[in-house]
Design a protein around this ligand. Structure first.
Ligand SMILES: *Cc1c(COP(=O)(O)O)cnc(C)c1O
Length: 231
């Protein structure tokens, strides 16, 4: 595990340097879904400090088993509004916010927990029917909604492009998300509360994180390349 992580960190640093970025601007989210707590502990001891989980119940058990470790937990799976209360209690960042209804529920739960919940907007950049995420045209409306809520703070956007074997095929979707972000920063953010930020771009997984970094990713979500195949 330690060697795998070292290798991934080297690849992250190289991808960043190759396109003139500071390697410290890219953070590794180790995606530990389906992996037992012992394995996650091994990753933490090898230096992982951000973990990504997809399922609330599974994450709840793991987070409580690993509560001695000071790591940051990120929720990256699909979130139903009725599970928002658990997500808010457990996670530092929620990557998968994609509706006004969910924003309102997270805000309500965060208020109860006396917390400002950090979130990312999940964007369905390729417009695939079956995928979660907001369509690009819906982003301004959602950002406006968030900017009016005291206990939700948006820090960026996340996307999952269609699956390809070739990372070069995913690259245009990563680029589109970054261009969308740049456009919103230039044309729209000044109309909103200054707490609204789109600095973070969560994109890239085991098969394509280098392309994502070259296109501007600040959070790469890597599972298989760290933990091996999921059963
Ligand atoms: C599982 C998952 C990942 C990690 O995928 P790998 O190909 O195993 O690196 C990243 N992001 C999301 C949203 C996931 O569900």
């Amino acid at each position: 595990m330690k060697e795998k992580l070292t290798r991934i960190r080297e690849r992250i640093a190289k991808a960043a340097k190759d396109c003139g970025r500071d390697p410290r601007s890219v953070h590794l989210v180790a995606v530990s879904k389906t992996m037992p707590a012992e394995k996650v502990k091994e990753a933490i001891e090898a230096g992982v400090d951000i973990l990504g989980e997809n399922y609330i119940q599974e994450a709840r058990d793991k987070i409580s088993k690993l509560s001695d470790h000071t790591v940051s937990w990120h929720f990256i799976g699909h979130l139903q509004s009725n599970k928002a209360k658990y997500a808010v209690k457990l996670f530092d960042v929620i990557h998968s916010v994609d509706s006004v209804k969910l924003v309102r529920e997270i805000d309500k739960q965060a208020k109860k927990n006396d917390k400002v919940q950090k979130i990312l907007l999940q964007v369905n950049i390729a417009g695939e029917d079956q995928k979660s995420g907001v369509k690009p045209v819906e982003i301004p409306n959602l950002l406006k909604e968030i900017s009016e809520r005291e206990n939700v703070s948006v820090i960026g956007m996340m996307t999952m492009p269609p699956f390809f074997d070739d990372p070069e095929k995913a690259r245009p979707f990563f680029r589109q998300l970054r261009e969308m972000r740049d456009m919103l920063q230039q044309k729209f953010l000044s109309q909103l509360d200054p707490s609204v930020s789109l600095d973070e771009l969560s994109m890239g997984m085991s098969g394509d994180f280098e392309a994502a970094i070259e296109e501007g990713a600040t959070l790469v979500r890597v599972g298989t390349a760290i933990f091996g195949e999921r059963k």
